[in-house]
Design a protein. Structure first.
Length: 141
């Protein structure tokens, strides 16, 4: 099984833990993340990546942690997976302010911009990164 397939299986597997309460005793670096799986519309890959890079730049300027991007190589039909930190309402407001400052859409209008580049996507809240050993400790408490 190639590394991307293992990553996808691990990301999907952590979805089960999205409803589990987080515990600082499990792993110091674990937290809530958003796993997004994108299926890009035909002919829109470059435009999608430009949009994603602009979103990453806004998030960085707003002080939001970096998104980790993974590109499809072989297997399922998805094109990109993004793992981003879950944001607070205050962080969301800051991202919207920075986006507006740079002439970008914010809020629901930003979602409409994204949708011109994709055929579909999913967003899932998950817990991690964390080892299987730490997960076992967490669910055994």
């Amino acid at each position: 099984m190639n590394a991307l397939k293992r990553l996808l299986l691990a990301a999907v597997g952590t979805v089960v833990l999205a409803v589990a309460p987080t515990s600082p005793t499990v792993a110091a670096d674990a937290g809530t993340v958003i796993v997004s799986i994108y299926y890009v519309a035909p002919g829109k890959h470059v435009d999608f990546l430009k949009w994603a890079a602009a979103q990453d730049a806004v998030a960085k300027e707003a002080g939001v942690g970096a998104t980790q991007w993974y590109a499809h190589q072989d297997g399922d039909a998805w094109d990109y997976i993004a793992i981003s930190p879950a944001t607070t309402p205050d962080q969301d407001r800051k991202v919207d302010e920075v986006a507006k400052k740079h002439g970008q859409k914010s809020g629901m209008a930003a979602g409409l911009v994204m949708r011109q580049y994709i055929s579909r996507h999913t967003d899932t809240f998950a817990y991690g990164p964390v080892s299987a050993t730490d997960l076992l400790k967490h669910v055994s408490q």
